[in-house]
Ligand binder design. Structure first.
Ligand code: ADP
Ligand code: MG
Length: 249
């Protein structure tokens, strides 16, 4: 069970189906993501994008199908799930930092509590990560003292502190004031350039053009279309994608 043992896809969803009661929210999702690939997921509100993200680290269960991370099938529960889940870093629209802990403590928390990393090692790594996302000067402050853009960059550092194999971003800039969006997208773009495997739900089409290897368009719980950004934006095949793009571009 060593990591990186497979030459296959890093994230693989096969025939994934999920229901919320009567609502068939994910329908026959097949998606295979290679190491270092950046996949941008777009689609109308309610199309299942967040649910897709949440199933990938089993914040939501699925009724049918299979999800594997680095060749390991995700179990429903138990110790192995906790371990595999920590391979997946997640950044949400709301930053969810611990309000009563400093920025540095927020980033150290996962490694010290879950990974049992020593405090000294966790602090060293946390400071490096805060530097990388450009908020090292804020290390001893509390979340409320930071701007939204700074808090979201801390949330990215916190996820990276667990050394995930893949990073999921669910509308990471949707709650930010416009002038703060780019500072977060810039951090994400450099992560992408450094080879991080990423799944990004976003309406930021500039980011998609710049950083994505592939754009996946969802509607009604299905993947309707997937293509490289150039092809997708200039020549979407489906009527639904054309209609969606005409509304957001
Ligand atoms: P998106 O992120 O694309 O806007 P979601 O994945 O959040 O879409 O939601 C997809 C559908 O599932 C929506 O119709 C939503 O109302 C429904 N849904 C999401 N979460 C739940 C839940 N916990 N219980 C019931 N329905 C849900
Ligand atoms: Mg959503």
């Amino acid at each position: 069970m060593t990591s990186q043992q497979t030459g296959g896809p890093l994230v693989q969803l096969t025939g994934v189906n999920k229901w919320f009661g009567e609502l068939h929210v994910l329908q026959d999702i097949d998606l295979s993501i290679d190491r270092g690939e950046v996949v941008v997921v777009i689609g109308p509100s309610g199309s299942g994008k967040s649910t897709l993200c949440r199933t990938i680290n089993r914040l939501e269960s699925i009724e049918k199908g299979e999800i594997s991370i680095d060749g390991q099938r995700l179990p429903e529960e138990g110790k192995q799930l906790a371990r595999l889940r920590s391979d997946v870093g997640m950044v949400f629209q709301s930053f969810n930092l611990f309000a009563h802990k400093t920025i540095l403590e927020n980033v150290m928390l996962g490694p010290t509590k879950v990974r049992r990393t020593s405090k000294a090692d966790a602090e060293k790594r946390a400071r490096e990560l805060l530097e990388r996302v450009g908020v090292s000067a804020q290390a001893d402050k509390y979340p409320a003292q930071l701007s939204g853009g700074q808090q979201q960059r801390v949330a990215i550092a916190r996820a990276l502190a667990m050394d995930p194999k893949v990073m999921l971003f669910d509308e990471p800039t949707s709650a930010l004031d416009p002038e703060m969006i780019n500072e977060v997208l810039d951090v994400m773009t450099s992560l992408a350039r450094e080879g991080m495997t990423m799944i990004v739900v976003t309406h930021e089409m500039g980011f998609a053009r710049r950083a994505a290897n592939r754009v996946v368009f969802m509607d009604g719980g299905r993947i309707v279309e997937a293509a490289d950004p150039q092809t997708f934006f200039t020549n979407p095949r489906s009527e639904r994608a054309r209609d969606f793009l005409s509304k957001i571009l």
